[in-house]
Structure formats: structure tokens, C-alpha cells
Write a protein that binds this ligand. Structure first.
Ligand SMILES: Nc1ncnc2c1ncn2[C@@H]1O[C@H](COP(=O)(O)OP(=O)(O)OP(=O)(O)O)[C@@H](O)[C@H]1O
Ligand SMILES: [Mg+2]
Length: 246
């Protein structure tokens, strides 16, 4: 049983009275408009929901409000190649716990390549166990998880599973657990039914009506994956309009 950490981030929401334009990005996204207050689990909070539901937008808003660059990395990374950053962070109000985290990282699947180039450029690679460019996508991800995150930290991860084989996703789960045991808090946007199984966590579903907490077994990720793996031929027949055989 994981200990219940003292959270670094307690909750977040739109600042009351903030002037926002609900007709344009990011406030035209239903989940952002109706976000209310996100209460973070002291250990792990997952963001789930359909593609385009607003998970990355909110995660990026939190990261920018915490002082990260939109590209991700540590707070020392100063990169600006992401073209259109939303202004959500300007109207987010974060409630932080005490003490402050000792470590932190914003890991984005989409921009890890840019962060890796930046690390090579500034000559800072030993913290990652060597250049990330000399590894596969998944190896680079695992290198960040295993070498770069040192504990007692607040970590924001956007689809960490994107590059990982199922076995590496299991390894990632156990790395995340070790960091939780070492006093860390995670906020993770994910589509992975493996990562979502982590028990010491809250799952927040982003959909058209806003944000809501959901049980693991009630996520689409769990239900659809389980159903498909239990009845692959039947589902293929329905999808492909035949018996699914080549
Ligand atoms: N820079 C931008 N300008 C305008 N609209 C944007 C911008 N970035 C994202 N959007 C729109 O905002 C919505 C939410 O995008 P977001 O990337 O937050 O979704 P997501 O939940 O992370 O999806 P996924 O699961 O595919 O990663 C999408 O409909 C997208 O088209
Ligand atoms: Mg996303």
C-alpha cells in the first residue's frame, strides 16, 4: 500500500471573475469551460477522455502556471518552438501545498525530441544518462523516468505510454510507484489501460459536460480493451463486416 503523500498541488480551477472568451481556444473546449475545480490526488491524478477533449491543453496550462516552458523538460529548459500556446495558464488559480516540491518535470511525448536537442546543445546530458538522441523513442522516455525524476517531485506527464511497449509500460508503472513512495505527486494524461490501473490514484474524465471522477473499470479504455481482447473475432467481424479472417 502506497503511503498517502502530502500533495504539492491541491486543486486548480479558473480564477473566479477572470475575463475569458468562451468562443475561442482554449475556452471553447467544453471540458475547459466547465472545468470547475480539479482536486488532485496526493499521489497520482490521471486525465482521461476522447481525443481533443482538452487534456493536453489543461496539462500545459498547469505546467506553464508552474513555471515550465510549453515544450516541457525541467524548469531550467527555456525553449519556445511550440507555435500556439493557449493563454489558459494566465487565468488558472492553483492551490499549492506545503512544503514545495524539490524536483519537477513536464514530460510531453510530442516535444521530447526538441527537449533532447536542447539538452545536447547546452551540453547537459549526464542527468539523463547520456544523449536522448542516441536512444529509441521509448528508451528516451524510460531514461527520463528512471534517471531524471529524483523523487519528492511534482511531475506532469502527457501520454508517457506513447512510445512504450506493454512491458515498458509495466516498468513505467513500477517507476512511478517508486517515485510516489519517495514523496512524489504525478498528473498524467493517458490513454493507457495499463497505467490507469495504478491503484493509488484518481481518474478525472474530460468530456462535453466538464470533468468528473470515474472508476478504473468505468473508463472506456478499460471497457473497450477488455471487451476487444475477450472477443477479438466477434469485434473484428462487426468492424470489418466479415468474419475477420485475412
Ligand atoms: N493551438 C491550438 N489552437 C486552437 N485549437 C487548438 C490548439 N491546440 C489544440 N486545439 C484544439 O483543442 C482541443 C483540445 O486539444 P488537446 O490537445 O487538449 O486534446 P487532448 O485531450 O489532449 O487530445 P489527445 O487525446 O488526442 O491528446 C482540440 O479540439 C484541438 O483541436
Ligand atoms: Mg493530448
Amino acid at each position: 500500500m502506497a503511503r498517502l503523500n502530502r500533495p504539492y498541488l491541491l486543486h486548480a480551477g479558473l480564477r473566479p471573475g477572470a475575463e475569458v472568451d468562451f468562443d475561442s481556444y482554449p475556452f471553447n473546449i467544453p471540458a475547459v469551460r466547465e472545468m470547475g475545480q480539479i482536486d488532485f490526488h496526493p499521489n497520482v491524478t490521471f486525465f482521461v477522455g476522447e481525443n481533443g477533449a482538452g487534456k493536453s491543453t489543461v496539462l500545459e496550462g498547469l505546467a506553464l502556471a508552474l513555471g515550465y516552458s510549453a515544450e516541457g523538460g525541467t524548469r531550467n529548459v527555456r525553449l519556445q518552438t511550440v507555435e500556439s500556446v493557449s493563454n489558459l495558464h494566465e487565468v488558472l488559480r492553483l492551490a499549492r501545498g506545503v512544503p514545495a516540491p524539490r524536483d519537477g518535470y513536464f514530460l510531453r511525448a510530442e516535444t521530447l525530441f526538441n527537449v533532447a536537442s536542447y539538452m545536447d546543445e547546452v551540453g547537459y546530458t549526464e542527468g539523463y544518462g547520456g544523449s536522448l538522441h542516441r536512444r529509441s523513442h521509448g528508451e528516451a522516455f524510460m531514461a527520463v523516468l528512471l534517471n531524471k525524476l529524483r523523487g519528492r517531485g511534482l511531475y506532469l506527464l502527457d501520454e508517457p505510454e506513447a512510445a512504450l511497449s506493454p512491458n515498458r509500460q509495466l516498468a513505467a508503472l513500477s517507476a512511478i510507484h517508486a517515485l510516489v513512495e519517495n514523496g512524489s505527486q504525478f498528473i498524467i494524461a493517458t490513454h493507457s489501460p495499463i497505467l490507469l490501473a495504478y491503484p493509488h490514484a484518481r481518474i478525472v474524465l474530460f468530456d462535453g459536460s466538464g470533468l468528473a471522477e470515474v472508476a478504473y473499470e468505468d473508463t472506456e479504455h478499460y471497457a473497450v480493451t477488455r471487451d476487444f481482447l475477450n472477443h477479438p473475432q466477434r469485434r473484428l467481424a462487426q468492424l470489418l463486416g466479415d468474419d475477420g479472417s485475412p
